[in-house]
Design a protein around this ligand. Structure first.
Ligand SMILES: N[C@@H](CCC(=O)N[C@@H](CS)C(=O)NCC(=O)O)C(=O)O
Length: 232
């Protein structure tokens, strides 16, 4: 059994997609980050960065002790290795998937996250910041679009690299992007959106929460963090 500590944001959906694709035994443990549940001391033992997703694997392949993993990229890789699914076994194919997974984790995720922040949540309108992150998101979408002109998925067959990127592309409107500018990305987006596992993952997500994570109330929890937040 895998416990997935989850809330309805792109990083959470990455892992939920994997669990639904593989139909591995799992349980969703909601962590309402709008209410500050990510600061629960028990959760911080699993995820010291006070962010979801995180997992606890109660049936690890090696040993009897449960294994905990935080960071969505590390979780996807852990689960791919555990199940032997959605990552090739040969060195070249593996390196290909890993470079796109790390590209998402170091590029698309953080820059799109800043895009959301400055476009939707910042207390002041800062045109320089908005332009910088909206433009960088567009550049990153173009990187995917060019890759997807050559390949059906980002790194060969459908893989953890696609699962990592999909939830961030799925929010393209909020990121001020038009998928008609990226026809190969649009084709890829539609393909993944219509996978039965993706449909179920998003249905399960919305069964636990349908309201926006960042509201005027939750901004105090989510946007005002500093070292003191974790000092206790
Ligand atoms: N790099 C991390 C980012 C995770 C992340 O940013 N999670 C956010 C929601 S998308 C969160 O839990 N935020 C709670 C907080 O910042 O207190 C990953 O990919 O797992």
């Amino acid at each position: 059994m895998i416990d997935l500590y989850f809330w309805t944001t792109p990083n959470g959906y990455k892992v939920l997609q994997f669990l639904e694709e593989t139909r591995i035994d799992y349980r969703l443990v909601p962590v309402n980050i709008s209410k500050g549940e990510q600061f629960d001391p028990e959760f911080l033992k699993i995820s010291p960065n006070n962010k979801m997703p995180a997992i606890v694997d109660h049936d690890p392949v090696e040993g009897d002790e449960p294994i905990t993993v935080f960071e969505s990229g590390a979780i996807l890789l852990y689960l791919a290795e555990k199940t032997g699914r959605f990552i090739p076994q040969d060195q070249k194919g593996r390196a290909n998937v890993l470079q796109w997974l790390f590209w998402q984790m170091g590029g698309l995720g953080p820059f799109a996250g800043q895009n959301l922040h400055f476009v939707h949540y910042a207390p002041k309108i800062l045109p320089y910041a908005i332009d910088r992150y909206v433009n960088e998101t567009a550049r990153l979408f173009k990187v995917m679009d060019k890759q997807l002109a050559e390949s059906n998925y980002l790194a060969g067959d459908y893989s953890i690299a696609d699962m990592a990127s999909y939830p961030w592309v799925a929010i393209y409107k909020r990121l001020q992007q038009d998928l008609n500018d990226f026809p190969n990305l649009k084709r890829w987006y539609e393909q993944i959106k219509n996978r039965p596992a993706t449909i179920i993952a998003y249905r399960k997500g919305t069964s636990i929460n349908t309201i926006p994570t960042v509201t005027e109330e939750s901004k105090k929890i989510l946007l005002g963090q500093n070292a003191k937040t974790l000092a206790a």
